[in-house]
Ligand binder design. Structure first.
Ligand code: FMN
Length: 346
């Protein structure tokens, strides 16, 4: 096995927190991160997350069992706090005879009580930090680690860029908890720099879609291979009366359809024909269905091809092991370059 001594030294905290060789996380991706991909990533020495998404508890439980049948390494379950099955998923996780080792809260942010409930199972809790105030609150609520995710990332996104969050969250809170950086991190070169800034590791989504072991439909990968960074656009919220969580995906007919649906639902909310909550749920159902259409059925014109702006940095499909080696060896080379730049005294 190749050695990456400087990267290893900088990854020590993340390695110890996640109990893995390489603190490189394959983020949860609804419909995409299924047990084969998760086990491949974990068995290669990195870390991966099962996407709880909107999965009914029996399906999520079966996924946990399937991952366990393929790997003995640690992994996480990602829960979306705004999903209809969220509460039932928490109860299921609490009832498991062998608790899962890590839980990631995504979507909106969890209540303090929910973090405490999960921690009673012995699981470590990781929370997304898409703003400084959320980071602060999640640490106060008891999160063991943060995933700092900038709005360059794919899927549901916040509003602040990775660059600003690095300064608002990483530089401020890294002493308190391990922080993993997501959203536009797609090269070993950048990974090396965020580690130098105090990150404990990185999380990627788009790059893991573009691996051989990922089961996403070939059309989906082909679409990503051809896309430029500017093609990965985020959806707008037209009116505060119908708040929507923005989604970043490759611009296509599906993104236009979402816009039309939003306007239609807005009209129904305004006329009193529908509650705001029902409209928001319908919008979320749209995304889950549209992502399935593209990622599983291969309908990349009408479905949702969720991807981050890092799509502009990736044009081929490679094995998971090659992706990890590329990140580690490019990171190691970058750190050697930095050492040379700083001169012999260093
Ligand atoms: C197709 C797709 C689906 C995703 N689904 C989820 C999800 O279900 N839950 C979640 O927390 N994040 C989700 N994400 C975000 C990823 O886990 C990851 O944080 C993000 O992709 C990182 O940014 P990057 O794409 O620039 O690497 C998704 C991303 C993509 C591309």
């Amino acid at each position: 096995m190749k050695q990456y001594p400087t990267m290893d030294a900088l990854m020590k905290r993340g390695r110890e927190f996640l109990q893995v060789r390489y603190p490189i996380i394959c983020g949860a991706m609804t419909w995409v991160s299924e047990p084969d991909l998760i086990a491949t990533v974990c068995n290669a020495g990195a870390f991966a997350c099962i996407a709880g998404g909107n999965a009914p508890v029996e399906i999520l439980k079966a996924q946990i069992e399937a991952v366990r049948a393929k790997t003995e390494k640690p992994f996480a379950v990602n829960l979306i706090t705004i999903a209809p099955a969220y509460r039932a998923q928490i109860e299921m996780l609490k009832s498991l005879p062998e608790p899962v080792p890590y839980v990631v809260f995504a979507g909106s942010f969890p209540r303090e009580k929910e973090i405490a409930e999960i921690k009673t199972t012995g699981a470590k809790v990781m929370c997304f930090a898409s703003t400084e105030s959320i980071a602060d609150r999640m640490i106060r609520y008891g999160a063991d680690a943060l995933i700092l995710e900038g709005c360059e990332s794919g899927g549901h996104i916040g509003h602040v860029t990775t660059t600003v969050l690095l300064q608002q969250v990483l530089l401020k809170y890294a002493k308190q908890v391990p922080i993993f950086i997501a959203g536009g991190v797609a090269t070993g070169t950048l990974a090396a720099h965020v580690l130098l800034m105090g990150a404990s590791g990185i999380q990627m989504g788009t790059r893991f879609v573009m691996t051989e072991e990922c089961h996403a439909h070939p059309n989906f990968k082909e679409y990503l291979a051809r896309a430029n960074a500017r093609d990965a656009v985020s959806t707008a919220q037209f009116d505060p009366r119908l708040p929507v969580v923005s989604v970043r995906a490759i611009r296509n007919r599906g993104t236009l359809e979402f816009g039309k649906l939003q306007l239609e639902l807005l009209r129904r909310v305004e006329s009193g024909a529908m509650t705001r909550q029902a409209a928001q749920e319908e919008l979320e159902r749209f995304w889950v269905g549209a992502l399935r259409k593209a990622a599983i059925d291969g309908d990349v014109d009408n479905g949702s091809v969720m991807a981050g702006q890092s799509v502009g940095l990736v044009d081929k499909v490679i094995p998971v092991k090659a992706l990890l080696e590329e990140i580690l060896s490019d990171g190691e080379a970058e750190l050697a370059r930095v050492r040379d730049l700083l001169g012999p005294a260093n």
